[in-house]
Design a protein around this ligand. Structure first.
Ligand code: GDP
Length: 211
């Protein structure tokens, strides 16, 4: 079979951890590269999705390091863009004070970045969007950040039910159907589609112009 001429840009050749931002107004990389951020509630499958997407042991090691799970972690990919791993939010079993912690940090990052080209919000395909998920979507809409929703763990549902859930989610959250991607870290469904979508966003200049 002939090689897809566009496939090469989807190859992850290089991944470099550039540091973590642990408090609002704290350190963040002085980056001139476009940034793509990933957000979602704890347990949604974000680590699994990023490990599937990036396929690097070094990446998994950093994201598991104690203390780093509450930070915003920055990874330079192919020297072309920066992947921003936002801390998981709204875990039901932690106290109210801890629960509120993620918000100032994430908001501070979102307000200070001048490089953000898009955000991938992860939602578990079997669950309704939480208040935190909706607050995040509203905040992103207000900031006019292009948003992709990745529906995770699609292997838990039949293909038919999964695509119905995708349509329902798009309707409920007022998104275009192209903004919703079905993803499974177990089967690999959606990996190429999501990678294509984020690389397209990274290659789009600020304000949507082509760079
Ligand atoms: P995080 O807290 O958002 O980083 O979530 P994890 O990636 O640690 O995943 C949380 C749980 O969901 C773990 O038990 C994973 O094995 C499971 N999980 C993650 N992705 C998938 C998936 O695509 N399919 C299935 N069936 N389970 C998944």
């Amino acid at each position: 079979m002939a090689q897809d001429p566009g496939a090469d840009r989807l190859v992850i050749r290089n991944v470099e951890f550039i540091g973590g931002m642990s408090e609002k107004h704290g350190w963040r990389p002085d980056s001139s590269l476009p940034e793509i951020a990933f957000a979602g509630r704890s347990n949604v499958g974000k680590s699994s999705l990023l490990n599937t997407l990036i396929r690097r042991k070094s990446f998994a090691r950093v994201s598991r390091t104690p203390g780093r799970t509450r930070e915003i972690n920055f990874f330079r990919i192919n020297n072309a863009f920066v992947l921003v791993d936002l801390p998981g939010y709204g875990y039901a079993r932690i106290s109210k004070e801890q629960k509120a912690e993620w918000r100032p940090l994430i908001e501070s990052y979102l307000r200070r970045t001048s490089q953000l080209r898009g955000i991938v919000l992860l939602l578990d395909i079997r669950r309704e969007a939480s208040d935190d998920d909706r607050a995040m979507l509203d905040f992103l809409a207000e900031m006019e950040v292009p948003t992709i929703v990745a529906l995770t763990k699609t292997d838990k549902l039949s293909k038919k039910v999964a695509s119905e859930r995708a349509a329902e989610t798009a309707r409920a959250l007022a998104l275009d159907s192209e903004q919703v991607i079905l993803f499974s870290a177990h089967s690999g469904e959606g990996r190429v589609e999501l990678l294509e979508a984020i690389i397209d966003l990274a290659e789009t200049g600020p304000g949507g112009s082509s760079s």
